[in-house]
Design a binder for this molecule. Structure first.
Ligand SMILES: Nc1nc2c(ncn2[C@@H]2O[C@H](COP(=O)(O)OP(=O)(O)OP(=O)(O)O)[C@@H](O)[C@H]2O)c(=O)[nH]1
Ligand SMILES: [Mg+2]
Length: 427
């Protein structure tokens, strides 16, 4: 990377590094089994990004197993199809799963865990299904997922299953999508965060990053993982070993900041395109151009530190560098969280607002770190920062909405006035 090169494209660099990191991740592989219509696809679409059950590439691997994957998402799902539990089909399914496990053992495709789905209102479970669950559990860790759980009966079914002492790793009630009983009475979605938590406890550590990237049911958890990593990265990069650098050499910080942003993006795994990153970087770097000169970015980022003027010609200490870099990382995480929520809800993202939010969070985080850096680890536990960012975004959204309403009203008003203005009468 040449910093003297004015054509150095920071955004391209972030995107490429993010992609490379995601490619490097060990994908997480999950088998989803259960009878037809219990809610497997609904579960997949609500736990993982991009409606994988509908939009992922599905390839039949055997008669009853379909392999689902999608470019850019480090996950492979195996979905059972047409699972009826007559003895013949059950035997076939069992053998197909056993073969899959055997074939993929010790490879990148090794299955890490199974979601075995049972509809929670079935209230009882057939012997044949119990046998199948036992058999799968003998080769893979199984979470029994009780789908479409409604009220007490679903809880009782859970207790009933627990009492069967099946060799499963966990039992979890869920409602993957809000369930409308009447127009006024809707059962909200629940249980997915707990499922995420239980899954993380089962799958190997090497697959955690991939799982975090692929899931979208617990966005705070993504943010937390990203913050934990960012705070360590900043602490080790700008800690005691960091020799102060002249401000004129500030661009040596660029690769560190690119690494930071790329890794955060990889942990988050959002389906962001280039223009979003351009907005986020522009918010701090002060240019709307995709071709970002490294120096401009750093110089602008440092301007946010009050009294940075005195830096020109001076030295950037480890403390100053870490304030700017961690503020950059934290704001980026906060904004990505909002983008991820919007994406999950299928809502559009206003790039102008995103850019404004990034700038205001960056300012806030710089202030915060200046105060707390010396006494406190950079790791922010709790979700206050996130809630704060959500609130700011909502405020901005409401502001623009009411501004456009006001604009509409004033347009309507002026139309009305011009139509009814006696001095404006058409001849
Ligand atoms: N509201 C709500 N509906 C659900 C939920 N889970 C499943 N359903 C409904 O149940 C029906 C079947 O769900 P699917 O997710 O297609 O079931 P499946 O297990 O993938 O079915 P097959 O692919 O045919 O084996 C659909 O009409 C869903 O809308 C849920 O958590 N909430
Ligand atoms: Mg399905």
């Amino acid at each position: 990377m040449k910093f003297s090169d004015n054509k150095y494209n920071m955004i391209q660099d972030i995107l490429e590094k993010t992609e490379a990191e995601i490619e490097k991740m060990n994908p997480v592989n999950i088998l989803i089994a259960g009878k037809t219509g219990v809610g497997k696809s609904t579960l997949i679409n609500n736990v993982f990004r991009e409606n994988l059950a509908d939009t992922g590439i599905g390839k039949p691997v055997t008669k009853h197993l379909r392999r689902i994957s999608k470019e850019g998402i480090p996950i492979v799902l195996y979905d059972t199809r047409g699972l009826e539990l007559n003895p013949k089909v059950q035997k076939d399914v069992k053998n197909e799963i056993f073969d899959l496990v055997k074939q993929n053992k010790q490879t990148r495709d090794a299955v890490h865990a199974v979601y075995y789905c049972i509809q929670a209102n079935s209230s009882r479970i057939e012997e044949t299904e119990i046998d199948l669950i036992r058999e799968i559990s003998s080769v893979l860790p199984v979470i029994l997922v009780l789908t479409q759980s409604i009220g007490k009966p679903a809880e009782e079914f859970n207790t009933y299953l627990e009492n069967l002492n099946l060799p499963v790793a966990a039992v979890q009630n869920i409602m993957a999508e809000p369930y409308e009983i009447t127009e006024d009475y809707v059962i909200p979605a629940f249980g997915l965060k707990e499922l995420i938590d239980k899954t993380l406890q089962l799958i190997p550590k090497e697959a955690h990053d991939a799982f975090m990237n692929a899931q979208h049911a617990d966005i705070e958890r993504k943010a937390k993982a990203a913050r934990r990593w960012a705070s360590r990265y900043v602490a080790t990069t700008f800690g005691v070993g960091f020799a102060p650098i002249p401000f004129s050499d500030a661009s040596v910080l660029i690769p560190m900041q690119v690494t930071l942003l790329a890794h955060i993006t990889a942990i988050f795994g959002i389906s962001m395109d280039k223009s979003t990153i351009v907005s986020l970087i522009a918010a701090v770097g002060g240019t709307g151009s995709a071709t970002m000169i490294g120096k401009t970015f750093v110089a602008n980022a440092f301007k946010f530190i009050p009294g940075a003027g005195t830096l020109i010609g001076g030295l950037i200490s480890g403390t100053t560098a870490s304030i700017v870099t961690s503020a950059l990382g934290l704001s980026y995480i906060e904004v990505l969280s909002i983008i991820a929520v919007k994406e999950r809800e299928g809502e559009s993202i206003d790039l102008g607002l995103i850019e404004r939010l990034m700038r205001s969070q960056f300012k806030k985080n710089i202030k915060l770190n200046r105060k707390e850096l010396k006494t406190k680890d950079l790791e922010f536990e709790g979700d206050e920062a996130l809630n704060d960012a959500y609130a700011s975004y909502q405020e901005m959204e409401e502001d623009t909405q009411s501004a456009s309403r006001a604009q509409k009203t004033s347009r309507a008003l002026s139309k009305f006035v011009s139509r009814h203005n006696p001095f404006n009468k058409k001849k």
